[in-house]
Design a protein around this ligand. Structure first.
Ligand code: ATP
Ligand code: MG
Length: 760
C-alpha cells in the first residue's frame, strides 16, 4: 500500500472508507480530487472490478488525467473504469438503452446552435414574436425546466409556471416546449439537457434498467459535487440507492454554475438522504503558498452564505500577490506577456507553467495578440480561439465577401445570416442557375431577375446590393469605419444585441472586441496601408494555423475562470479586474449574484501554486470609444497584507513612482494601525475613496496637433499620459525624441512621430 503514503491522515481515512456514503466538503487545493483518484486505485487494489466503478468528473480532461494517474498504480485495468462527465457517461448509457424510451441507438445530439435554430423555426411556424420569445430566452427556459425534471406536459400543467409566463406575456412557452420536444423526438435527437433528463426518464420508468446499473455501478464517486443540478443529483441518488457506496467531494465556496441550474442544496440534501453519512474534513491546502491561501480566505470571508471552513497552507509563504495596473487592455496583454517571458527565463519555467484567466471570452483577444507579438506559444482551453468563434467568423465572412464576392464558403455562411428569407431552396436555385447559365454565383446574385424566378430573385437581390454597397464603402474608408458599417448593416450586431443571455452578451462583446482590434489597427502609425483588406490578410493567417493541436505542447494556457475549475498552475494571471467586468455588470443586481462572482474570484485565485498576478486596465475600448474603468472591488477585498502593488507598467515612468503612487503604496502595503493585523476581517476600502489611481481622461475634443515646431518648455497634453512639459528634444527629423515630464506619471521619452500630443 505504498501509494497511500502520499496522503495525510484525513485524506487517507476518506480513501479507506470505501463503503457507505461519504462526503468531503473542503476548500480548494486540499486534495479532494486526489482523494477520489487514490480511492479508485485503492478499490481496484482491494479487488473491486474497475467495470463496477463510476466516476463523474467535471470535464473529460479531468477524467483523462485521473485515469492516467490511476494507471500508474493499478496499470491497464484503469482503462475499464467508467469515468467522464455526466453528459458523456450518460450519453454512452443512453446509446445502449435508448430503445426503452423510443429513441434509436444512433440518436443525434443537438448542440446549442441546433437547438436554438429549431426553436426559431417553431416560433416562426407558430407566428410568435421572436423578440418577445427570443430563442435564447426560450432555450434557457426549456433547459431550466429539464434540469429540474419538469417535462413539457408538467410544465403546461404547473399553475405557478403558467402564471409566471402569462405575467411576462409569454403564455405560449409551454406549447413551444411541447413542440420542441416532439420535434426533437421526431428527428431522433436529444439536446444537451436531454442527456440527463432522458436518463432520469429511463431510470424512473424502467426499473429493470435502473437495477442493471445499480448493480453494475457498485461504487460511485462525484467530483465538483457543488456544481451538480437537480437532474444530476437525482441520477446519482437513484444509481446509488442499493449499495449506497457513494462518495461526493466538493466545495461550496467554488459553486459557480448557479446560472446553469447548479444547486448548492445538493450538498445539504446529501446529509438528509444518507443519515449514516461519514463526513471528512480536509483543511490543509497543498497547492498554494501561504500568501495565496490567505488571500483566498480573506476574499471568501466576504460571502455570507458559506459553510465554515478552515484552510491553511504549510507551503512557503511565497511572493505577495502582485497587482498590476495597465492603461488599456492591450497594454495589460503586453505586460502579462512580458512578465511571462521574464519569469520564464529568470525562474527556468516552461510556458505551460503559466495560465491567464479571464472573466469573459472576449478578453482573450488582447491577450492572444500580445502573446503572438512576443512569439509566446499559447492554447485556449474550454473555448475556440477568438477568430474561430462563430460570430467572429460570420462577420469576417461578410468582410471576405466584400473583398472577394466569389468566395463561396463565405457566401453560404451569411447569405441567410442574419435571416433574410433566402432559405436552403433558394440557395440551391442560385447554385443551379449559376451552373446552368455558366455564370458566377455572384453574377446570379447581383442580377437575379435574369436567372431566377420572381420570388427568389426578389429576396436575393437586396443581399447582392448590400454586399455591393459594402464594396463601395470599403474603397474610401478606413478599416474600422468599414468594419463597423458592415457589422451594423449586415444585421449581425442587432441580432446579437437582442440576445440578452450570458452567451449572447459574450458574443456581442466578441464582435465589439474584433472591432476594437480593427480600430487599433486603423490607428497604427507604423503601416501605410490600413484598409480592412490589409487587416484581413493577417486574420487569414491566424485562422489557418490554429487547427493542429498537440496536447503536450509547451504552451501558456488561456481560459475563462469557469473552465479553470479543478486545475492548477505554478503561475496564474487573473486579468481584467475591473468593475462591471469582474464582477460582471450582470451580477450587480443582488447579493446572491455578487456572491457567485466572488466565488468565481476565489476559484481563480486558488488555481495558483507559487505566484499570482492580478491586473486591471484603467481604460478599455468599448464600441470604438475609450472608457475609463475602475479597479474591481475584489482587489480591495483582499487583505492588504498579502498584496504587493506594482505600477511599473511599461508606459508608466518608474522615476515618478513615489509622488504619484506613494499614497496608494502606503495604504496598501503598510497598514495605518496595528489593528489590521489583529482584526479577523480584512480591511475593505470603501468604493468611494478607492485609492487606486485613475486613468487620464483626455480633454473634450482632444485631437493630436502638429508637433513639428515643438520646443523645450512647451506644455503639452498626451492622450493617455495627461498634461506635461517638454524638457528635452533630441535626434533628427523624423526621429525626434521628446523627453516630457508628465504631471501624473513623471518623465517619459516619446518618439514624436508616433506620440499623440496636443500643444496646450
Ligand atoms: P480544487 O478544489 O481546486 O478542485 P482539490 O481539493 O481537488 O482542489 P487537489 O487538486 O486534489 O485539490 O490537490 C491540490 C494539489 O495538492 C495537487 O497538486 C495534489 O497533488 C496536491 N496534494 C494534495 N494532497 C496532498 C498530499 N497529501 N501530499 C502532497 N500533495 C498533495
Ligand atoms: Mg479538485
Amino acid at each position: 500500500m505504498d501509494y497511500l503514503q502520499g496522503l495525510n491522515p484525513s485524506q487517507r481515512a476518506a480513501v479507506e472508507q470505501t463503503d457507505g456514503p461519504v462526503m468531503i466538503v473542503a476548500g480548494a487545493g486540499s486534495g479532494k480530487t486526489r482523494v477520489i483518484t487514490y480511492r479508485v486505485a485503492h478499490l481496484i487494489q482491494k479487488g473491486i472490478d474497475p467495470f463496477n466503478i463510476l466516476v463523474l468528473t467535471f470535464t473529460n480532461k479531468a477524467a483523462k488525467e485521473m485515469r492516467e494517474r490511476i494507471m500508474k498504480v493499478v496499470g491497464n485495468e484503469a482503462k475499464n473504469i467508467w469515468m467522464g462527465t455526466f453528459h458523456s457517461v450518460f450519453a454512452k448509457i443512453l446509446r445502449v438503452e435508448a430503445h426503452h424510451i423510443g429513441y434509436p441507438a444512433n440518436f443525434t445530439i443537438y448542440d446549442t446552435d441546433d437547438s436554438k435554430s429549431l426553436i426559431r423555426s417553431i416560433l416562426k411556424e407558430m407566428q410568435l414574436d421572436d423578440k418577445l420569445y427570443n430563442a435564447n430566452f426560450v432555450y434557457n427556459r426549456i433547459s431550466a425546466a429539464k434540469n429540474n425534471l419538469i417535462s413539457a406536459a408538467e410544465y403546461q400543467k404547473n399553475a405557478q409556471i403558467q402564471a409566471e409566463d402569462q405575467s411576462g406575456g409569454r403564455g405560449n412557452l409551454g406549447q413551444i416546449y411541447q413542440t420542441y420536444s416532439q420535434r426533437c423526438y421526431k428527428a431522433g435527437a436529444m439536446d444537451f439537457d436531454d442527456l440527463l433528463f432522458k436518463t432520469n426518464v429511463l431510470l424512473n420508468q424502467h426499473p429493470e434498467v435502473l437495477y442493471k446499473y445499480q448493480t453494475k455501478f457498485k461504487y460511485l464517486m462525484v467530483d465538483e459535487y457543488q456544481d451538480t443540478n437537480f437532474s444530476q443529483y437525482l441520477i446519482v441518488k437513484r444509481l446509488a440507492a442499493i449499495n449506497e457506496n457513494i462518495c461526493v467531494v466538493g466545495d461550496d465556496a467554488q459553486s459557480i454554475y448557479a446560472f446553469r441550474g447548479a444547486n448548492i442544496q445538493n450538498i445539504l440534501n446529501f446529509e438528509k438522504d444518507y443519515p449514516d453519512l461519514k463526513v471528512f474534513k480536509l483543511e490543509q491546502n497543498y497547492r498554494s503558498t501561504q500568501n495565496i491561501v490567505n488571500a483566498a480566505n480573506s476574499i471568501i470571508s466576504n460571502n455570507k452564505n458559506q459553510l465554515k471552513k478552515n484552510v491553511f497552507s504549510e507551503n512557503e509563504t511565497g511572493d505577495k500577490i502582485k497587482v498590476v495596473r495597465a492603461f488599456s487592455d492591450n497594454e495589460e496583454g503586453k505586460m502579462v506577456a512580458e512578465n511571462i517571458l521574464q519569469d520564464r527565463s529568470l525562474q527556468s519555467l516552461r510556458f505551460k507553467d503559466f495560465a491567464i484567466l479571464y472573466r469573459t471570452n472576449a478578453q482573450s483577444r488582447a491577450m492572444e495578440e500580445a502573446l503572438r507579438k512576443l512569439n509566446i506559444p499559447y492554447k485556449i482551453y474550454g473555448g475556440t480561439s477568438f477568430y474561430q468563434r462563430k460570430e467572429i467568423k460570420d462577420l469576417i465572412a461578410y468582410f471576405r465577401l466584400t473583398f472577394n464576392p466569389n468566395d463561396e464558403e463565405a457566401l453560404k455562411r451569411v447569405i441567410n445570416y442574419p435571416r433574410r428569407g433566402i432559405g436552403d431552396t433558394s440557395v440551391e436555385r442560385i447554385f443551379i442557375a449559376a451552373d446552368q447559365h455558366q455564370k458566377s454565383i455572384w453574377e446570379v446574385i447581383t442580377t437575379p431577375q435574369q436567372y431566377l424566378d420572381g420570388r427568389t430573385a426578389a429576396v436575393v437581390y437586396p443581399f447582392g446590393s448590400l454586399i455591393q454597397s459594402f464594396q463601395v464603402l470599403a474603397k474610401n474608408n478606413s478599416a474600422y469605419d468599414t468594419a463597423l458599417h458592415i457589422a451594423q448593416h449586415s444585421g449581425i450586431l442587432k441580432d446579437l444585441y437582442e440576445d440578452k443571455s450570458v452567451e449572447g452578451l459574450n458574443r456581442y462583446e466578441n464582435i465589439q472586441e474584433l472591432l476594437n482590434g480593427i480600430k487599433e489597427f486603423s490607428e497604427r502609425e507604423d503601416i501605410a496601408e490600413k484598409g480592412l483588406d490589409v487587416f484581413m490578410q493577417d486574420i487569414a493567417l491566424l485562422t489557418n494555423d490554429d487547427n493542429d493541436k498537440n496536447p503536450n505542447a509547451d504552451t501558456v494556457s488561456l481560459m475563462t475562470i469557469h473552465s479553470s475549475k479543478g486545475l492548477e498552475f505554478p503561475q496564474v494571471f487573473i486579468v481584467g479586474l475591473e468593475e462591471n467586468l469582474f464582477p460582471s455588470q450582470l451580477a450587480l443586481n443582488s447579493r446572491t449574484e455578487l456572491e457567485e462572482e466572488r466565488r468565481l474570484f476565489y476559484v481563480a485565485i486558488t488555481r495558483a501554486e507559487k505566484k499570482l498576478t492580478l491586473s486591471y486596465a484603467t481604460s478599455r475600448y468599448r464600441w470604438g470609444t475609450l472608457n475609463n474603468c475602475e479597479p474591481s472591488r475584489f482587489i480591495d477585498e483582499i487583505d492588504p497584507r498579502y498584496l504587493a502593488l506594482d505600477f511599473s507598467a511599461p508606459t508608466a515612468s518608474k522615476s515618478s513612482g513615489d509622488d504619484v503612487f506613494g499614497k496608494a503604496r502606503t495604504a496598501w502595503s503598510q497598514p495605518q494601525s496595528q489593528d489590521i493585523f489583529t482584526k479577523p476581517k480584512p480591511k475593505v476600502v470603501p468604493k468611494t475613496t478607492s485609492i487606486l489611481p485613475k486613468a487620464h481622461q483626455p480633454s473634450a475634443g482632444f485631437a493630436p496637433s502638429d508637433t513639428s515646431n515643438l520646443q523645450v518648455g512647451m506644455e503639452v497634453e498626451h492622450e493617455r499620459f495627461g498634461f506635461g512639459k517638454v524638457i528635452n528634444l533630441e535626434g533628427n527629423k523624423p526621429d525626434i525624441k521628446a523627453t516630457i515630464f508628465f504631471k501624473e506619471l513623471g518623465q517619459k521619452q516619446l518618439l514624436l512621430k508616433f506620440a499623440k500630443l496636443r500643444i496646450v
